[in-house]
Each structure stands twice: as C-alpha cells, then as structure tokens.
Design a protein around this ligand. Structure first.
Ligand code: 8OZ
Length: 367
C-alpha cells in the first residue's frame, strides 16, 4: 500500500483513500439513488445485484435509500433492510459487488411524514416530529397521492424508531454490507427533526438547536452500538428544501450538528451541497466550506459535480471524495470513462423510477 493512501491531501480522483474502516480504490463514490425496483415487499434480487455489480468500479457504492422498518417506507417498490427475506436479497447484492472488487454501504432511511397510509402497516398515518402536513405527494402503488397530516411521535414511539435503526444496522451487517450511511437529508424523518419548519415540538426534541439535533445524535449513537463508527457515515442536506422543508437559521443548525457529530469519529460525512438535485448556488450566504472545515473526518461532496469540478474540489481541499448520482445511472463504468476521458451517456428520465432492467441494467459499458 502506498503512503498516500492515508493522506488527506489527495492527488487526484483515482488515488486510494481510507474512509473509517474501509480502504477505497478511488475517490469516486456512487451516491444513493432511489430506483424503485425492489417489488412490493422491498426485497432486492438478481436484477438489483446486476445493477450494483456493474457499478463496482466506484471506490464506494452507497445504496439507494433503504427502509429501516415497515413504518419507514414512503415510496412504493423501495427496498427494506428489516426482515430475513430482505437480508437474503441484499446478500445477493453485496456478494455480487464484492465479487467485482467493490465496496457497498447501505443507506438507512426513515421517510417520516413523506409517506401515505397505503404504504404504512395497518394503513396508519405516517409519523413525524410534529403534525404538520407537507406540501408534497407520495409515490404509491396507485400513483401519486396527496400526503395527509402525520401523527406526531410520542417519546416512547421515538424510542421504538431508534430501536428500528439499531435492528436495521444489525441486518445490514448480516447482509454483508461494508458499512451503513444514515440518511439525515432531503426532508425525511431525521431532517424533519432538525429543521424548524417541520419540528414544532415543545419537549426535549424541539425548540432549541440542541434539542432539534437530539434525534440525529441518538440515531448515530444507536447505530454505532450496532456497528462501530468506522463503518458509519452520515448524509446531510443543509440547504435543501426538497419535501417542503427549511430552517430559519441553517448555518447555526448545521454547524452545531457537525460539531456534535465529530465526537463519534464517523467514517465520513456526505453533504448535498445546495438544492438536492438542483442548484448548487446558494442564496442565503450559507458557507458550506465551514461545514467541511468543522468536520474532523472525511468529507464527501455531492450534488451536480462533473469530473472537472470534482478534481478542482479535491485540489483545493474542498472535499476528500466526491459522490456522483445521475452520471452513474447511465454510465456503469463512470470511473473508466473519467480515466480515459470518454464521453458520458445521458440518462433516460422515463426509466428512473420503477420498471425492469430497461434504463437500469442495460446502459452499456465501453468495450
Ligand atoms: C428521489 C425520489 C425518491 C426518493 C432522497 C430517497 O431524496 C430520496 C429520493 C429521491 O433522498
């Protein structure tokens, strides 16, 4: 192993890097991408194994967002990681990725209020920190449906969600993953606690920044009891408004959150820079580099990067790694294309969510 493996001053995208317990062959990460091809029961299979194995030349694959419990589900056909059938399904995926020399971590997801009774056990209301209806629609098996006002979690119910995170982490280990990423971004449950548009609680989980960060920190704490912190990353989206969310002082909120995350010595922090899947230009003067500088571990930058931007970010120490989402959909061999400066294939938006192998496993690699 070369000396620069453990250096935090990368020479280029293709240099290896240590991320907690993992040694990556390059700094090109496949970001989590919901593709909705895991059936009604959320059980991955051969099709998903093929898809991920095709992309195993990434330094690290982060799976699509994966439900930690039946209650965590908010989108039809998304996978879960809470029962035996799902663990066995994911085992096929992790084996296939490992056979190709790749590494894969499981993104742990609870959608909170971004769900619909038809996706919930017993047809119950979705849950959230506060009973505030989102201006958003749910992707159900019967198409897009209006989302009702959620049920506000009691303290005991919060404890039970934390237990679900613990169980899901154990399941991810059993499925052969190389680690887990806690999805604390994009308007789902953890972010619903963090940001004040969605958290109006008056107990220890609401009000002050400290209180609104409590749930995130408890999730991290419970996850690292199931798997050491060197196998755990966190994803944040400080500025995203996706799923009808915002915060009145996101700079202060996220600086505090990141300072607190430092104590766990996590494998990495992944940050969606700007609007999820949208503009990187940030209107309100929020300084993302402040989070990068505050965080003591490895920083994965995400959102709309191309190769040139990624190289620049590494050269200027604005990131240690870069995760790519959309480019990996149509370019299973993205790493090779970057290496040989080959043109990128463009993706077909009509096959992004749901369906079969079309637009999923049939994008050709360069020969
Ligand atoms: C797009 C469509 C469905 C889900 C996220 C899990 O935003 C998602 C997601 C994105 O993190």
């Amino acid at each position: 192993m070369t000396a620069h493996v453990f250096s935090s001053t990368p020479s280029d995208l293709f240099s290896p890097v240590q991320l907690g317990a993992l040694v990556l062959k390059n700094r090109i990460v496949m970001s989590p991408l919901t593709r909705s091809r895991a059936g009604s029961l959320g059980v991955p299979g051969q099709l998903n194994a093929d898809y991920y194995a095709q992309r195993a030349s990434a330094g690290l694959i982060i799976t699509e967002a994966t439900n930690i419990s039946a209650q965590a589900r908010g989108y039809a056909y998304t996978p879960g990681i809470y029962n035996e059938a799902q663990v066995a399904g994911w085992r096929q995926v992790t084996d296939a990725v490992h056979a190709q020399g790749g590494l894969i971590v499981c993104q742990l997801w609870h959608v909170g209020r971004i769900s619909h009774p038809s996706l919930q056990p017993g047809g119950e209301l979705p849950v959230a920190p506060s009973a505030i209806q989102p201006k958003a629609q749910a992707f159900t098996e019967n198409g897009l449906q209006p989302i009702p006002t959620p049920h506000a979690l009691s303290i005991d119910e919060i404890k039970s969600v934390l237990a679900d995170y613990h169980h899901a982490t154990q399941s991810a280990r059993a499925a052969g993953f190389d680690g887990v990423e806690i999805h604390a971004a994009n308007g789902y449950l953890i972010e619903q606690f963090l940001k004040d548009k969605t958290n109006q609680r008056t107990d220890m989980y609401g009000g002050s920044i400290e209180n609104r960060c409590r749930f995130l920190l408890e999730v991290v704490d419970t996850v690292i009891r199931a798997w050491d912190a060197a196998h755990v990353g966190v994803r944040l989206s400080p500025l995203s408004t996706f799923n009808d969310i915002s915060d009145s002082n996101s700079q202060a909120l996220f600086c505090y959150a990141v300072e607190q995350l430092n104590r766990f010595e996590l494998a990495y922090l992944e940050v969606v820079e700007g609007e999820t899947g949208g503009a990187r230009q940030l209107e309100n003067g929020f300084d993302l580099q402040m989070l990068r500088r505050l965080f003591k571990g490895m920083y994965i930058a995400n959102n709309g990067y191309d190769q040139r931007m990624a190289v620049e970010a590494l050269q200027h120490h604005r990131a240690d790694l870069v995760s790519f989402g959309r480019p990996f959909i149509a370019n299973p061999d993205l790493v090779k294309r970057f290496q040989i400066d080959a043109p990128l294939q463009s993706l077909d938006p009509s096959t992004l969510y749901g369906g079969d192998g079309r637009g999923y496993t049939d994008y050709p690699a360069i020969r």
